[in-house]
Structures are given as structure tokens and as C-alpha cells.
Write a protein that binds this ligand. Sequence first.
Ligand code: HEC
Length: 228
Amino acid sequence: MPHQNVQTRALHVSSCMRPSNRTQKLCFGRQKLKKTTLLAATFAGLSVFATAGYAQDCKAVTVEDAFDLDEAAIVALYDCLKDAMAEGYAKEGDPIGKNYRNWIVTSTRPAVQGAHSNRLLQTFANPVAAEHYLKFEEEGVVMPVGSVLAKESITVSIKKKAARVGPLFIMKKLEAGGAPETDDWLYGGIQPNGKQMKFKQSFCHDCHESWEDQDFLAYPMEEVRVSN
Ligand code: HEC
């Protein structure tokens, strides 16, 4: 029930929201669902994500909330947006923006789990990352240097009752010591118009840090995961 969903999120946030990461982590415990929903709220409050979608609207969506979309609606929506999406990310010549569609898709369709501003998300893994990523292991994960994950996003606008392309979110695994502050992951983002997003590395990593046992990867929702 989507409305219950929303309520649960709100309740959880009010009982758990704290200013420091440390307290947040205690609050999350080991329950991933709760963690994700709280983080979603954190995410939605950050303006870097609120302004990032510019590509053409897609009229295939008539619902007001991404959580209300069923599988068929999501597939239809993706079909409607996917060409414009890839063109947009490639527009400024970014090598990942141009190539990620040739990589390995890690879910059967885009899905919404809450984090990344309630967007519909679909992750692609480059050939270095794919074999490891697709195991979706929960402990002791060490991704090979050169792994890249690129995650498409679609924003459902409540106001316009329409969907549009959101940013392409990127994580690259550097050599040991390459980015000590973020456990050797480099975060990046391409806007729907092909331009680079600007943000602090800590903005991304403060959240991804919760998945330390999975080498800081959060993985797609279980029901849409592709297995290898
Ligand atoms: C509030 C928490 C949060 C923040 C902040 C966040 N992420 Fe994520 N990220 C997630 C979650 C949860 C997923 C898994 C979502 C899914 O695919 O369903 C994810 C997945 C990803 C993935 C796919 C690889 C994976 O983890 O499985 C990439 C790439 C990514 N995020 C990049 C970024 C970038 C770049 C930023 C900063 C601009 C960022 N993230 C900020 C929570 C967050």
C-alpha cells in the first residue's frame, strides 16, 4: 500500500532523525529497509538533487507518486524516456555517459526504493565490476580497481504528474589510497543535459558508508536484481 509506505517513512524519520551520522547509524541498526527510508528523507532535503532534472517530460505517467507505479507503468515509462535519457547523458562527450548502455544492466527494470530522492533507479556495471556486483554479496565484498557503476534515474514530478530524466550517478573504484576519505571510491554525476554535477564527495559517501561490508555498494532492490 503506497500510502502506508509514505506514512511509515514519515514516522520513521520523526522518531529517528538526528543531526550526526553517528547517531543515525545507531538508529538504523541492521535493518536495511529502515535505513533506506530514513536516508531517502535525508536525500530529499538536499538541493543538489532537487534541481538536477531537465530533460523532456514524458506524458506516459499519470500517477503522482513514484511508489504508486506498478511494474507495467515503470516499463512503459522507461521505454518512453530511455532514448532521450542516453542522448542527454552523452551530450557533452563524457566517456561514461556515452558508453554505459553497453555495460551490463543489473536489474530487470528500474525501481524505486527511496534513496536518491525517490527516483526510479537502474544501475549498469562495467565489465570490470559486473561479475562481482551481480553476486550481490553482503559481506567481505572487495570490488576490483577500475570497477564503475552508473545509475540512471527518473524523477516523477508530483506537481506536473509527469516523469523526466534525472542524473546519472557514478561510482568508480580507484587504486588503494586513491581517495582515502571515501574508501577509494570516486563519486560522480552527469546531469540530464550532459553536464557534470557538482557536489562534495562526502555528500555521497556519508550515506554509502552504511554499506561498508558490501564495499559501500547499496545494490538494487531484491525483486529486480539480475543474477549471474
Ligand atoms: C541517502 C543515501 C544516499 C546518498 C546520499 C547517495 N546514495 Fe547512491 N545509493 C543509495 C542507495 C540506497 C542505492 C541503491 C539504490 C537502488 O539501486 O535501488 C544507491 C546506489 C548508488 C549507485 C549504484 C551502485 C550501488 O551502490 O549499488 C551509484 C553509482 C550511486 N548510488 C551513486 C551515488 C552518488 C554519485 C551520490 C552522491 C551524488 C550518491 N550515490 C548519494 C543511497 C545513497
